[in-house]
Every structure is written in structure tokens, then in C-alpha cells.
Design a protein. Structure first.
Length: 399
């Protein structure tokens, strides 16, 4: 299994680097030359975007959609490089991580307080159209984790400064204030209350506060955690969001919630939300996976089998392997299934498996970089390592 993982890592790393960290993205359909035919109508734009996104055949080369940079993709590659450097001591990996993080610092969205990032394309949703380069807490929060991973290994204060800059930007976001917690908005354009983005912000605030001793970060993070935990369903699940249009439960957003909630608990020492964490983890473990290791997308059906579900599940089970003796075996089983069924000979990972076919579109951040980081995390758990990714809260030096 170790050899299979290492071979997979080398192949997907080579695939990404040979393309200069550029690639397609699931939501990039509005860069097509067909967009003017939507005449600015949100519903028509969503149809075009979804048709290109959900097509089992990659229509992008025919419709003028070209590979783009991805800040989130760079962030996950940097995170994976940093983890593997901790395992191998290979300084070339440290240098690649540094280059990715420097690129991210240089390509943050201008005009905002602190650091933040968004898509390189317009993206139409049920809530409206987010223009290219509109920063989101999901992208910024996850990229911030890569900077903190690097800081906790190499103690370069510049990495911590960037993470702190993201936190300062998070504090400028709108918030839904309730009697049972406060929800950080997905974006600064309008209030959009979504559980995974709320917790991703909380997780970054908590981890950064561990090094900056910032009581405001902890206080905001706790209110965000309280909002989501008081809205956990009785079986341990969370809706994507509380509005009726967001009432679905899926695999990788549940995993985001668990990882972020645990980061809050670990980095603040606040164990008052452990019951919600344990209940949510139990639900995730029991509901979203088949005996073969194939991940299910939704709580009530398997298809489409999505590469993001596989990547995040591997990552989450690695993170929880010190709390659950069965977690590492689950991570290995999911990885084995994914490498067997969703990795191409060229090294890239396919997008989705459907009952009768496989969508083979090679996205960059959605599949390549997320699987690279997840497999790096798994490799670190299967080999003696100099660091223990994701569990540095108790040992990282405060600044």
C-alpha cells in the first residue's frame, strides 16, 4: 500500500507541475464564448455553467474554456509538499511549497484588508453571480491552513503573517447574529450562511490564535462554532445551510465541518463541543462509505461518486486516526479504491463515476491538488515522520 501511494503521489505531482499549476475547474463554464448568448440572465448562465460542469464529456476545448490558475489548487499543493517534506526531509519539496506560498501571497485579491482569494472566473449560484476574484471564506480559509502548516514546520514568520492577514479579512465579513451563535458569511458581498464555510473560518481563527494569542479570534471562532453545533441534526448530520434551499447532506462538506470543528477544539483547548464532534464523526463514518471503500456523495444515495469526496474522506480519517483506531484502515481502503478506479495512467484523477460511465475531465484543484494533499497526509501516517500534520496544536511554539 505504501508503494502504491508513493507511486500515485509522484504521478499526480508530475501531472500538475508539467501543466504549470493550471487546469480546468468545475465552475469555469462562464468563461466560454457562449456566455453572451445568456444575455446576462442568471438562470440562463446557471444552465450554461451546469451543462459544461456536469457533462460526462469534457466540452471545454470545444467551447473556448481554457485552463486557468487556481489559488486553492496552489494552496493544497503547498500543503501536500509541506507534509511530505516533514516525512522525507526532501528540501526540493520545501522549496516547491515555498514557491507556491510566495505565488499565493503575490496573487491575493487586491483592495481588501488582509489576505484573501477567490475564483479566477465568474460563478453563478442560487444566491446570485459572484464575480471573478471575489474572495470567499472557503478558499481563503483552506489556503490559510497551508500557510499555518508551513509555519508550524519551518517557523517562518512571513507564513504566520499571511494567516493573520486572512483572519483580519475574516473579521470584516458580514455575520448572522443569533441567540445561539453567529455565522460568518461565505463571502463579503452579501450575508450567506453556510455551515462548512462558517466552520472553516472558525478553524483558521482558532489555529492562528494559538500562535498570535489573539482573544478576539477565539471569541469569534467560538460563536461561529456555537452557531453550527446548535443546529446539528439529531443523528449527527448538518444541512449544507439552514435555508430550505440548502437542505441537503453530503460527504465532503460534512468532512469540512468535522475537520474545522476539531481544529477549533484542538487549538483552543475548548472541549465543550466534543459531544457534537463525536456525534458528527460517527454519522460521517457510518453513512458515507460502502464496504469496498467507495465514497457516497449524499447521505441517501451513492452517485455521483466524486473525487472530492474521496480526497476529503482520506484526509479526514487521517486527521481522526489518533481518536479512532479504525480510521487509518478506512483511509487506506478509500485510497485503494480511488487509486484503482479513478486515477488515470497519466497520473491525473478523474472527476466522477456514474452508474454507466466515468467523467474523466481532469480538474486541477478539484481532484489533483486535493488528492495530492490527502495522499501526502496518508503517507505521513504510514511512515515515521518528523512532524504529525494536523496535530501540532500542543507542540507548535507560540509566537
Amino acid at each position: 500500500m505504501k508503494e502504491k501511494i508513493n507511486d500515485s503521489l509522484q504521478r499526480v505531482q508530475r501531472w500538475v507541475e508539467e501543466r504549470g499549476y493550471k487546469g480546468y475547474d468545475p465552475g469555469d463554464g462562464l468563461t466560454s464564448y457562449l456566455r453572451p448568448l445568456a444575455f446576462g440572465n442568471l438562470f440562463a448562465e446557471r444552465i450554461l455553467q451546469q451543462a459544461i460542469w456536469k457533462s460526462p464529456i469534457n466540452l471545454r476545448p470545444l467551447l473556448g474554456v481554457v485552463p486557468l490558475d487556481s489559488t486553492k489548487g496552489r494552496g493544497f499543493m503547498a500543503w501536500g509538499y509541506a507534509i511530505l517534506h516533514g516525512v522525507t526531509g526532501d528540501d526540493s519539496l520545501r522549496e516547491k511549497a515555498r514557491q507556491c506560498l510566495t505565488w499565493l501571497d503575490q496573487h491575493r485579491e487586491p483592495g481588501y484588508a488582509g489576505h484573501c482569494w477567490g475564483n479566477h472566473f465568474d460563478f453563478s449560484t442560487r444566491s446570485g453571480c459572484m464575480k471573478a476574484h471575489t474572495p470567499t471564506i472557503v478558499w481563503s480559509g483552506l489556503i490559510g491552513q497551508a500557510f499555518l502548516e508551513a509555519y508550524e514546520q519551518w517557523h517562518d514568520p512571513a507564513h504566520l503573517d499571511v494567516a493573520d492577514g486572512i483572519c483580519r479579512w475574516i473579521l470584516t465579513l458580514p455575520r448572522e447574529k443569533t441567540s445561539s451563535g453567529t455565522c460568518l458569511s461565505y463571502t463579503g458581498v452579501f450575508q450567506n450562511s453556510v455551515h462548512n464555510s462558517n466552520l472553516l473560518g472558525a478553524g483558521l481563527l482558532a489555529r492562528t490564535a494559538r500562535h498570535r494569542a489573539n482573544s478576539e479570534y477565539v471569541a469569534v471562532a467560538r460563536e461561529a462554532v456555537r452557531y453550527t453545533c446548535t443546529r446539528q441534526l439529531n443523528d449527527g448530520a448538518w444541512w449544507y445551510g439552514e435555508e430550505p434551499k440548502y437542505h441537503w447532506v453530503d460527504n465532503f462538506h460534512t468532512a469540512y465541518n468535522l475537520d474545522s470543528l476539531r481544529r477549533y477544539c484542538d487549538y483552543t483547548g475548548d472541549d465543550s463541543f466534543h459531544p457534537q464532534l463525536d456525534l458528527g464523526y460517527k454519522y460521517f463514518k457510518e453513512i458515507f462509505f460502502e464496504p469496498s471503500g467507495r465514497p457516497r456523495y449524499y447521505h441517501n444515495r451513492t452517485f455521483p461518486v466524486d473525487i472530492q469526496c474521496a480526497a476529503q474522506a482520506i484526509d479526514t480519517f487521517c486527521y481522526f486516526s489518533d481518536r479512532d483506531p479504525a480510521a487509518l484502515d478506512l483511509a487506506k481502503k478509500i485510497a485503494d479504491w480511488t487509486l484503482t478506479h479513478l486515477q488515470a495512467p497519466a497520473g491525473n484523477f478523474y472527476y466522477r463515476q456514474y452508474p454507466l460511465l466515468t467523467a474523466r475531465t481532469p480538474y486541477f484543484h478539484w481532484g489533483q491538488s486535493t488528492m495530492y494533499k490527502a495522499l501526502a497526509h496518508l503517507a505521513s501516517k504510514l511512515a515515521p515522520s518528523k512532524v504529525n500534520p494536523g496535530r501540532l496544536a500542543a507542540t507548535a511554539p507560540a509566537s
